[in-house]
Design a protein around this ligand. Sequence first.
Ligand code: SF4
Length: 308
Amino acid sequence: MSEPVVLVAFGDMLRVPVNVPKNQPRSLEQAKAHGADVRPIASPMEAAAIARNHPSRSVVFFVAGFETTLAPVAALIKQGLPKNLLLLVAGRLTWPAVAMLLQSERPGFNALIAPGHVATVMGPEEWEFVVRDHHMPAAIGGFTSESLLAATYSTLRQIVDGRAFLDNCYGESVRPGGNPTARRCIAETMQVVDAEWRGIGTISKSGFQLRPEYAAHDARLQFPAGADEARPRRGEMPPGCDCARVILGKVLPTDCRLYGSACTPDTAIGPCMVSDEGACHVWWSAGHRSNARSRATTSGSGRIAART
Ligand code: SF4
């Protein structure tokens, strides 16, 4: 029997719950507890190092993330992958999801703060369609309070003035054209394809997959038995989880009936509660500890108690 595969993934991914029958591991963390060789990594270079240290084993790197995650992975590919390192690419582009919302009847927002870290890699031009096609105020905001405040002010000012333009409020990082080296690496190693977004459905031209010349390193091709199609509930959120509507801005995290009761950072049910950057986790970190439904029940009983 050949040696078992080593699976490596960024740390957050280990706790993301998936839909499988109850008697099966529901996360990579649980699979590890059941004996699978699952290892958290902090950078793509670590994946390559693990592969080099285990030349007789296949090492599968689960690459989940957006443009900022894909850029260093593409750079690693360009440097040359160890023969036994396979990539399971589940990368997504951000702007097609926003475009899909804007094309819907009710996008749910009337101004956009675009992600500065993505624009740093891909360039601010990717977001010009928001103004050009939808006449919506837009600003690029980055990872500093100053930048986010500036982007918030800019979009509000545009609304008040009845104007719409793309304001780069993260100029210290975001340059016209983005990072040309990173963009070239991505373009030379990956191609853009239609992609399924969990709980949302398929969004046209919103995902990355390896170019055919890297087929020998494509885990999907090398392990066809693990194809997504084999899992009937692959595209669904866990029962009761509202993550899809949360990330689309349709509801607040606290509108989910599981928030703060069944679902907390220690007992995360959906992906939005797992990572520090997940919307539900951010809400929790900001001090919100109960969902809207339980607050309504509590205040309702308070009123009853006051009357009796
Ligand atoms: S609170 Fe938990 S279950 Fe509800 S949307 Fe967020 S992650 Fe999903």
